[in-house]
Write a protein that binds this ligand. Sequence first.
Ligand code: HEM
Ligand SMILES: *[C@@H]1O[C@H](CO)[C@@H](O)[C@H](O)[C@H]1NC(C)=O
Ligand SMILES: *[C@@H]1O[C@H](CO)[C@@H](O)[C@H](O)[C@H]1NC(C)=O
Ligand SMILES: *[C@@H]1O[C@H](CO)[C@@H](O)[C@H](O)[C@H]1NC(C)=O
Ligand SMILES: *[C@@H]1O[C@H](CO)[C@@H](O)[C@H](O)[C@H]1NC(C)=O
Ligand SMILES: *[C@@H]1O[C@H](CO)[C@@H](O)[C@H](O)[C@H]1NC(C)=O
Length: 743
Amino acid sequence: MSSWIYRIIFYCVLLSCLLIDTMTAAKRKPPKTDCLETSAKESHHMVSRALDQTAKGRNHTQSSSRQMFTFSRQAPASIQGISKAAEVFQMTLLLLKDKASRRQKRSVSVSELLSAEDVKLLANLSGCPPALQPAGCPTGGDSEKYRSISGVCNNRNNPLWGAASTVLARWLPAEYEDGESQPKGWNTGHKYSGFQLPPVREVSNSIMQSSSQVTLKDEAYSQLLVDWGQYIDHDISFTPQSSSKSAFLEGLDCLHMCENSNPCFPIQIPLRDKLFGRKSCLPFFRSSPACLNAPTHTLQAQQMLQRQQMNSATSFLDASTVYGHSAELEKALRNLSSPEGLLAVNSKHTDHGGHSYLPFVKSTPSACLQQPGTGPSERVECFLAGDSRVNEILPLTALHTLWVREHNRIATRLKQLNVHWSSLTTYQETRKIIGALHQIITMRDYIPKILGDEAFEETVGSYEGYDESLNPSVSNVFATAAFRFGHATISAQIRRLNESFQEHPNFSSLNLHQTFFSPWRIIREGGLDPILRGLLGWPAARQNQQHLMTEELTEKLVVLNIPESLDLAALNLQRGRDHGLPGYNDWRAFCGYDRVESKADLRAVVRDRALVEQLMDLYGHPNNIDVWLAGLVEDPLPGARIGPIFACLIGKQMKTLREGDRFWWEKSGVFSPLQRQELQKHSLSRVFCDNSGLTEVPLDPFTVGMYPKDFVSCASVPSLDLEAWKEDNERDGRDSDSTERHI
Ligand code: HEM
Ligand SMILES: *[C@@H]1O[C@H](CO)[C@@H](O)[C@H](O)[C@H]1NC(C)=O
Ligand SMILES: *[C@@H]1O[C@H](CO)[C@@H](O)[C@H](O)[C@H]1NC(C)=O
Ligand SMILES: *[C@@H]1O[C@H](CO)[C@@H](O)[C@H](O)[C@H]1NC(C)=O
Ligand SMILES: *[C@@H]1O[C@H](CO)[C@@H](O)[C@H](O)[C@H]1NC(C)=O
Ligand SMILES: *[C@@H]1O[C@H](CO)[C@@H](O)[C@H](O)[C@H]1NC(C)=O
């Protein structure tokens, strides 16, 4: 579609709003409603057009892996409506602002143009749903016992806190170049503390690639520590990208353009780039904006107008990776014809020992890669799970699969113990147990290893009960920077091991990039077991200031024999700028640390001198260092896998996810004391034992050990006894708990 059509639409909008330029902050009056209406309508038109164009482009079944990668990160169907409305809303603001700025020959901010009422009207005109009122939350019955699927009404006074498809929380206001929506680095020449921000690919080249590519092995922890990190991240956050692949204004294709135009924010490639030298840009899609779906009176005026991003997953540690985050998806994942409340499994293939695989997605052919040389009748489609990123990498798929097996194992047993339970009750009770296990494994076994015991004690500590004043929503800085610490701990290879935990003779180790979106490797190459053994029997990669990130990720993200690839380090940095995250020093201050003002100051927190030189050369001032990078290179805390800033941010988030969750497993009344006792006996090792062909495991699966000396037989791994859920027993347990229950 040629760009002049868009230009014409654009000018029509300007003409229709002649009124608006007469307004200034001094004599504010609401712009004519019909002006807002026309603008919203035109924006709607542009956004729809871009989306249509995208839908057409998506029709190629032979989509390149790069496209596939972007699809997997785009808004899932369940929130495409909201995502589109939010894009329309943002586009309208942009049009109005542009118009007023031209007229007044200076840059005019939206807050000068529109009153809070106008903004609400505009949100409505754009199609944003109204904020849910507290009165809307049910009480009694199932709403006391089970989480809603979307997380809505977990907090009864603030029903949207932590719910799917709501805004990522801001712990510090965004720092956009125009104060409202333009990413950092959008305008050439824009200075921060006197310096322009270095292009992200240049940062990646000079810092990541100069780091040694020899993989350091973690002396204490197994590869599972890394993959649990990714899995659990997917339980708590998913920031969808714009659903459009072409620019709203000009209609140009984001994949082949180098200018910044919403939603495209391409990554500039430096001259003489080792790998991407012949191109001038890598594609980048801005994250989808959020609708104003918090009750607006709780937001500062400034924040209300700032572009915000969404979390399409529920923030809670609730196993949404297993059950999904919308009623529609939940229904697709369940086996509705089973009296035991099972989850649906693959009907075409099974693993060794009859263990099930995840079902395939319903709409085929799916985008997943196929085994070379196989025909259309032998296709292995993408797997379907509660989170759409399940196919990204084999270990992630394996963890998703284990939990579906565990659900079905527990549900079957619960139904035997309580034959009178309906399919739905059995399903919900099982879901509640699986959610609790996700919380226990994460908070008891995983997080302390990342933070170190000291920082864990300081930032998270022991459970102190439900705090309904805490907003559990995942924060922008957590999802966009802090919890991406894990990207530096990923090994270049995926190990597949045989029964004696040695290199599998039939299925050799794979380079990471050979496993992206390749579910066929599970079905055709030995099932889950060799991968699971690789997670337990191989050390995690250890990152330090000389060893930052593997080239498998900075050069080869998602390629398979196609000379197109992405750079995950550059993506992380660009994402932080897209979201307007404040720089390193602001987060230091947020966490109660002194600012670092000079090279000498920086040396006190980053020991490696050469690295400090590089950082100062690139950024000019420590203020400017992107928080993801700064967090990654800080000296680690004792016994931790991260430094102080990430420990502060991750610790704070974990505390809100725990204390802000009305269904947290330790909250009194959620489980009986007996049930809590049983839940604590369980472990991820036990889940491996019960749901795969593994017969020997380490007691702590996150600790790396030698086979056979550090492994024990599954027979000696403790397990939760489901008798505690037999209805009579449960009543006994609850009675003794009755004093705690009325809270
Ligand atoms: C081989 C393994 C992994 C691959 C291929 C991978 C890839 C990706 C990609 C492509 C993104 C989106 C980047 C963007 O456009 O902004 C992403 C986001 C993210 N990754 Fe990873 N990742 C991996 C492992 C991990 C691990 C181990 C962790 C944490 C311990 C992690 C944490 C995150 C987080 C928190 C996000 C943001 C999620 C959101 O809110 O959307 N990832 N990852
Ligand atoms: C995709 O292609 C099929 C067949 O070629 C066609 O029927 C369908 O309308 C196309 N879809 C879109 C969105 O263009
Ligand atoms: C906008 O407001 C009108 C009138 O209050 C309402 O009927 C309509 O449903 C709202 N639109 C949206 C998308 O909520
Ligand atoms: C649903 O459960 C029944 C057993 O109750 C089983 O026979 C059937 O194969 C299951 N279907 C799916 C899709 O998992
Ligand atoms: C596992 O593979 C190694 C070779 O990598 C072989 O020596 C060993 O016997 C195999 N173990 C089993 C139990 O098959
Ligand atoms: C490995 O391959 C050989 C030869 O194809 C086969 O006989 C053997 O059963 C395979 N072993 C495993 C564990 O798949």
